[in-house]
Design a protein around this ligand. Sequence first.
Ligand code: HPA
Length: 264
Amino acid sequence: MYAIIGGTGLNKLAHLEIVRREVMRTPYGEPSGALTFGQLGGRDVVFLARHGYGHTIPPHRINYRANMWALRDAKVDGVLAVTSVGGIRKEFGTGVLVAPDQIIDYTYSRGHTYFDGTGAPVTHVDFTWPYTQALRERLLAAASAAGELVHDGGVYGATQGPRLETAAEIARMQRDGCDLVGMTGMPEAALARELHLPYACLSMVVNHAAGLGDSKQMISVEHLDEMAQKAMERVHRILECFAAQPAPPANTDPQPQSVAAHTG
Ligand code: HPA
C-alpha cells in the first residue's frame, strides 16, 4: 500500500473510495490530520493532506516528523509526495509537472530529524540521492500510462516560507542550480530516508519564481491556488495510474543504510 501526501490544491483525492479514517498518535505529536485509508485504481492507498484537511497549517508549522512516523506506522510501501512549486528553470513554466531528482535545503528551525541526540549514538544517513529511484520510475510510468508529461529530473530548492522569495534569492538559487522552488519538500524527504521509507515527489509548477518570466515585478498570489487547481485534474489521473500499478515485489527498493558514528 502506498501513501500519497497532498499539498496545496490537493486536500482530497478524487476517485478515492474511502474505507476509514484513523487518527494516529506519534511520539512527535499529531500529524496534519487523520490518515485516510481507501481504494484508488482498485488498490489500497492511504492519503494525508500535508496542510491539514482545511488547508490551515503553513509550511513551517507542519509536523513533518509526526506525518512520516504515522505513515511508517501504517506500514506503507512508500510515499508519493505532491507539491506545488515555482519554476526557476526556463522550461519549467506554469503547468509543467516534474519528478525532481535532487534537493537543496534552505529551510531552518523545523523538526528535521529523528536522530536528535537523546542518548543514542550520533547517526547519519546517506542522502546522496534524496528520492528513491524505483519509486520515481513508478511515477514516470504512471504518467506515461495516464498520457501526461512529467519531466524526469530537476533540483528542488526548499525554502522556509511562508513568504515567497525575493528576486535576488531566486537568482542565487538559480546560480546554486535549483530548477524548482517550494516550501514543503524538506525535511519531509530526509525524514522518509531516516525511516527507510521509499519516497518520491511530483511537483507541479504554479508560477514563475520571483523575478522570472511573468513574475518579474511580482507574484500574483491569488493565482497560485487557481493554477494548482488547473493542474490537479492531470495530477489525479497520474495518481490513479500510480496506485493501479501492481505492488512492488518485496525489497526492490535499495534500503539506505543508517550509519551510526561516534564523533570526537
Ligand atoms: N516559491 C516557494 N514556494 C512555492 C512557490 C514559489 O514561488 N510557488 C508555489 N510554492
